[in-house]
Ligand binder design. Structure first.
Ligand SMILES: [Zn+2]
Length: 417
């Protein structure tokens, strides 16, 4: 039995925890009053008011008045509430996938402010790739005019198994990287000089959808990322289920119909081959090989994007969606999520989504009123990287409050001094 003793909690760490709770609540309920905040977080009104005063002083939140848009949207709320200052804090992101090789910036409310798509990135070496992304990100920060002192940190979302608590890439069958021992994150930190948070794309998308998107405030859900292959991010009680050695969510290796193709694991009956892009491209006659080839990732991505624009491929897309349905039925029975979010270029495609939904209803008696709701994701993997940084380094006990309070104090000194 694990006994959760609170012996390590100091007044300073408690204060950080409470600040993270208050800030999260203001973000999810713009216009909220101090009294409501105190009630919802379980604090005394005095304690809530003190933290609110700190956050106002550091320019992280602001008061919204009745004339403001935020107040109008929330009829029945008190006239003066609190909301996140859009230009208060920012987060930046790096997305490393065959579909998106991009750097991005978003504001504290999760709105994408700027992004840049990178061409011809060499992924042969971990350190060269990291330096390339970091320099592109530094250029984007400069050209966007965002004050680097207001950036909470860097989120990295990539197609790899990661160990986020150690900031490591464990393995990427996709890029052929293994055990980088934190090198990717270290290289970025040496160029950007900000904290770096790393996650695989499915988990980063799950976090982003939970805080800012389709699964906002949903405690139990599973996000399925479908593009060339299939992956999943599982959230239970608002927390990611990582599994032993961080490899949960390998939905792509669930058993399915046998295909002539060969998966990265060597099998012919993986869901990766029947329910995702690789199988669709093969059935369209676009592949001259049967074994998944990591040197052709960009080709797979470009071809799948073109296929999704091609009406003649709609039947194959629908067929792939039907193949995913049995796996979702299993997830529904095993985890009982409130919601399953279909994400990624293929997952969020309307023909694919419709086919999954219809197959669930007709073959598995799926009823969204008594089981999970099936929805399409609303967040792209480019946004997810920066949103991951916001989630981890702004709306949590890891917010570096003292740093931002100092910046606010200095800027006030410049204005009035
Ligand atoms: Zn497999």
């Amino acid at each position: 039995m694990v006994i959760n003793s609170n012996s390590s909690a100091t007044p300073a760490s408690l204060r950080k925890t409470h600040r993270g709770m208050i800030l999260s609540r203001i973000q999810s309920e713009p216009g909220i009053s101090r009294a409501e905040l105190a009630r919802m977080c379980g604090f005394s009104e005095m304690a809530a008011t003190r933290i609110v005063r700190e956050l106002l002083t550091a320019n992280i939140i602001e008061e919204s008045n009745a004339k403001g848009k935020a107040a109008k949207k929330h009829i029945g709320r008190p006239k003066t509430g609190l909301r996140i200052r859009k230009d208060g804090l920012f987060a930046v992101g790096i997305t490393v996938s065959a579909y998106h090789s991009e750097v991005s910036i978003c504001d504290a409310d999760g709105r994408l402010c700027a992004s840049d798509r990178l061409e011809n990135v060499s992924l042969d070496s971990v350190s060269e790739a990291a330096q390339f992304y970091a320099k592109a990100l530094r250029d984007l920060i400069v050209s966007s005019g965002v004050n680097v002192d207001l950036i909470v940190g860097v989120g990295v979302a990539l197609s790899a198994i990661t160990a986020p608590e150690r900031g490591e890439i464990v393995a990427s069958e996709y890029f052929g990287w293994a055990n980088d021992q934190g090198q990717f994150c270290r290289e970025i930190q040496q160029i950007i000089h900000l904290p770096v948070e790393i996650e695989n794309i499915s988990n980063a998308l799950a976090i982003a959808e939970m805080r800012f998107g389709a699964a906002r405030d949903v405690a139990d859900f599973t996000l399925i990322h479908v593009a060339t292959f299939v992956g999943a991010g599982i959230v239970s009680g608002h927390r990611l289920v990582r599994g032993d050695t961080n490899v949960s969510g390998r939905l792509g290796h669930f058993r399915s119909d046998e295909r002539p193709l060969i998966c990265t694991c060597g099998r012919r009956d993986c869901l990766n081959l029947s329910a995702a892009g690789f199988g669709i491209l093969s059935r369209m006659g676009q592949l001259d090989h049967l074994t998944f080839d990591t040197s052709k990732l960009t080709f797979y991505a470009d071809s799948l994007l073109a296929a999704l624009e091609d009406e003649t491929a709609a039947d194959l897309v629908a067929e792939a969606g039907a193949q995913l349905a049995p796996a979702l039925d299993c997830i529904g029975n095993l985890l009982r999520p409130t919601m399953i979010v279909l994400s990624g270029y293929l997952g969020a495609n309307k023909d694919y989504y419709r086919s999954v939904k219809t197959t669930l209803a007709t073959q598995f008696d799926h009823n969204p009123k008594t089981s999970f709701r099936l929805v399409r994701g609303t967040i792209s993997s480019v946004e997810a990287a920066a949103l991951l940084a916001l989630h981890s380094l702004c709306y949590s006990d890891r917010l570096d409050y003292d740093r931002f309070a100092r910046v606010a104090e200095q800027s006030q000194g410049e204005t009035y001094g």
